[in-house]
Design a binder for this molecule. Structure first.
Ligand SMILES: NC(=O)c1ccc[n+]([C@@H]2O[C@H](COP(=O)([O-])OP(=O)(O)OC[C@H]3O[C@@H](n4cnc5c(N)ncnc54)[C@H](OP(=O)(O)O)[C@@H]3O)[C@@H](O)[C@H]2O)c1
Length: 245
């Protein structure tokens, strides 16, 4: 059984997921990347290995619950536990620059967005939780967004007041609810569950218009993945700053 920590990062083949894997790997943590395209996952793991990181890749389309058991079996067989789960994979089906289209957001866009950003996170986390319970210090990081903040959306003049993409925003607000509920259920265990807002980051999702570079964008996830035993649980953070729900 490996003594070092092992982390599993969904959507780890690019963007914030890949950089989170890199930064965790540089801390000496073994990183297992989930990627829906096995070739992209293998290429990402190879890149990390060339940087001296213990990285592996496994196929996972988070919208395919049939894949979850294979992830469980892989982690169980190789490590017997899971120390860190970063629920990073996410989609945005809306154009963030088009303005508020809530009244015409289609059921298809809502379902697709919730399937990846909400339902998949819950089902995957539930599947892997028995392995996380075996960790001496389990950490679950849910990649939310400041756009999941109902308080800021409802406050005229807030930085996101006019940035309304209904399906995405609602999926992240629902994800935040999962964070709060799961953290409460696990409050007497060693597992911490938190929501991360990475910042607005230059990834394929964030676009080149974003002000933050990817290495900075991964910092919140890494911080929450490596919280000390007296760190927070059931919170919603950007860097060290708590965000309003
Ligand atoms: N960038 C920002 O400014 C920003 C701000 C707030 C929150 N976030 C959140 O941060 C997380 C990472 O976003 P990012 O900016 O790194 O976006 P990104 O560059 O578009 O990467 C998204 C990742 O999710 C994966 N993914 C999407 N659907 C998947 C599925 N069904 N199964 C498995 N993997 C899937 C993608 O895989 P493929 O390569 O196969 O598509 C990719 O690896 C997301 O949850 C996002 O909502 C980002």
């Amino acid at each position: 059984m490996a003594a070092e920590k092992v982390a599993f990062i969904t959507g780890g083949n690019k963007g914030l997921g890949l950089e989170t894997a890199r930064q965790l790997g540089k801390l000496g943590i073994t990183v297992v990347i989930g990627s829906r395209d096995p070739e992209k996952g293998a290429a990402a793991a190879q890149k990390l290995k060339s940087e001296g990181i213990h990285a592996e890749a496994i196929r996972l389309d988070v919208t395919k619950p049939a894949d979850y058991k294979a992830v469980y079996d892989y982690l169980d067989k190789h490590y017997g536990r899971l120390d860190i789960l970063v629920n990073n994979a996410g989609v945005s089906r809306e154009n963030f620059f088009e303005g508020n289209k809530t009244s015409t957001t289609s059921a298809e866009v809502l379902h697709d967005t919730f399937d990846t950003n909400f339902f998949a996170v819950i089902q995957l986390t539930q599947t892997l939780l028995p392995l996380i319970r075996k960790s001496p210090a389990g950490r679950i990081v849910n990649l939310s967004s400041i756009l999941g903040s109902l308080t800021l959306h409802a406050t005229p003049g807030s930085p996101i007041y006019d940035a309304k993409a209904f399906a995405y925003d609602a999926s992240k607000a629902a994800l935040n609810s999962f964070t709060v509920h799961l953290a409460h259920e696990l409050k007497d265990t060693k597992i911490k569950v938190n929501s991360a807002h990475p910042g607005w980051v230059k990834t394929d999702m964030g676009t080149d218009a974003a002000p933050m570079e990817i290495p900075d964008g991964a910092k919140t996830s890494v911080r929450l993945a490596t919280l000390p035993d007296d760190g927070p649980t059931g919170g919603y953070f950007h860097m060290d700053q708590a965000l309003p729900w």
